[in-house]
Design a protein around this ligand. Structure first.
Ligand SMILES: [Zn+2]
Length: 113
């Protein structure tokens, strides 16, 4: 399992702001083959709110199976959360984005996903 943003690319911070004004910080983004269809690639992302509540958002490029569910953050996620929030405070950030997909498509364009 590769976790691209944590693998020597910790300088990349991605900030999302929802339509209700809540912030989400990207902790993990990666791609893997979809288990529900044979030809799709799943994009898997883990986000945290400012208060450290975790959310896993995934979707498949082929069968469009998509899920969004709350998750409990692990220690490595919490460390990443601190690092991302520090980077955001210093202005080293991509965003704020208003939706998950364009934020991750931007990472892909920059070769980070
Ligand atoms: Zn699929």
């Amino acid at each position: 399992m590769t976790e691209g943003l944590q693998d020597g690319k910790a300088g990349v911070a991605v900030h999302l702001r929802t339509s209700t004004g809540q912030s989400r910080y990207l902790l993990v983004a990666r791609r893997e083959p979809c288990a529900r269809c044979t030809s799709g690639t799943r994009t898997i992302s883990i986000w945290a709110t400012a208060r450290g509540r975790g959310e896993a958002i995934e979707w498949c490029s082929h069968c469009f199976d998509a899920t969004c569910q709350p998750i409990r953050l692990e220690d490595e996620h919490r460390e990443r959360h601190q690092a991302v929030r520090s980077a955001v405070a210093e202005g080293k950030v991509s965003g704020p984005w208003h939706a998950v997909r364009p934020a991750l498509e931007d990472l892909e364009r920059r070769g980070l996903l």
